[in-house]
Design a protein around this ligand. Structure first.
Ligand SMILES: [Fe+2]
Length: 340
């Protein structure tokens, strides 16, 4: 670079102008997929115990350990995989986490303990193992624990999306103007729903999805093209996802199943509910067991295997990509698989 050229680049830099031809991204193929990561329950659970010792919800609102991607650039780069942030939240008997609401969609998936309740817009949602509780954006939510043992649940939120869009809004309690909700009993009969529904339509009017219901649905679900059984948590009013932007599903591997490879440009966070198995993600194979959580970053070919029956709870940003018209999902054919 000549002196005059150097001066030119400095003048552009000073003027906040950047030559496209020096960009590390422009006109180049995108970098390959990032490596997955696993939080093994055997390792993380003792660290949750330290959180019980360290602080209380009274002091910090929520006793939460965020599961930050190893690719995060700093503690402020709050994401687990793509547009999804996962965390572990825990309560001791007698503790409460006071009400608040925010634009971020969130969900809870109970991993350990019983007796805790989440109130969502005033509706009581008891939390038992494997239950999913939705706290959609701008719904008031609070937690309390009247049981006798500690409870630990998985929190999943679309925080990265809102941080990128500049749409983060947070409102502390007390609850003002609590919305009128419809009791879950109104939706207890499959395929028949009431006309007179109050509230928003961009999320399910049902906030609690018991694990037993998901297990029953899986038992009757036909296998997906890759060989796994899959069900998704749906809004009973329109069949859409239970909540906007965070797609929730459960995958079951019947005993001995080895799935065909699938690939998507969505990002997944998978939590093992029951069973032991392994997942091949690109060139890496990860063994997993109950309550382990692992990421499936976009663009990897992925396959699962389990000797016994196993279930994975999966949250992804697929709904975001679908709404934008850029979602891609592929299944490798059995013929192609055989030639690998
Ligand atoms: Fe919250």
């Amino acid at each position: 670079m000549s002196q005059s050229n150097s001066d030119t680049y400095e003048r552009w830099h000073a003027a906040r102008l950047a030559p496209l031809w020096t960009s590390p991204n422009a006109h180049k193929p995108p970098p390959g997929p990032v490596a997955p990561h696993i939080w093994r329950w055997a390792d993380t659970r003792p660290l949750v115990d330290l959180a019980f010792q360290e602080t209380s919800p009274e002091a910090v609102q929520r006793r939460v350990l965020q599961m930050l991607s190893p690719h995060a650039k700093s503690l402020a780069d709050e994401y687990t995989c793509g547009n999804v942030l996962a965390a572990l939240q825990c309560l001791l008997p007698g503790e409460t986490a006071r009400p608040h609401r925010h634009t971020m969609n969130a969900l809870r998936f109970l991993l350990e303990g019983s007796g805790a309740v989440t109130l969502v817009d005033g509706k009581q949602c008891p939390m038992a193992f494997g239950d999913l509780v939705l706290t959609p954006g701008m719904c008031w939510h609070e937690h309390r624990h009247d049981g006798t043992e500690p409870v630990v649940w998985l929190d999943v939120l679309d925080v990265p999306l809102h941080q990128n869009f500049g749409t983060v809004v947070f409102q502390p309690g007390p609850v003002v103007e609590p919305p009128v909700t419809t009791p879950d009993a109104a939706f207890a009969v499959p395929n028949i729903v009431p006309y007179a529904i109050t509230g928003r339509r961009d999320h399910s009017p049902v906030f609690r999805y018991p694990y037993a219901d998901a297990v029953r649905a899986l038992a009757n679900a036909p296998a997906s093209p890759d060989g796994a059984r899959r069900v998704r948590y749906a809004n009973p009013l329109n069949g859409d996802g239970a909540m906007a932007l965070l797609e929730t599903s459960m995958l079951q591997l019947d005993a001995g199943v080895r799935t065909l490879s699938t690939r998507t440009n969505a990002n997944l966070v998978c939590t093992v509910v029951e069973g032991h198995g392994e997942t091949r993600i690109g060139e890496q194979t990860m063994a997993w067991g109950p309550r382990d959580t692992f990421t499936v970053p976009q663009h990897h070919w992925v396959s699962h295997h389990s000797e016994g029956e196993a279930r994975l709870f999966i949250v992804s940003d697929a709904d975001v990509l679908r709404r934008l018209g850029v979602l891609s999902e592929e299944v490798q054919t059995a013929r192609a698989e055989a030639t690998l």
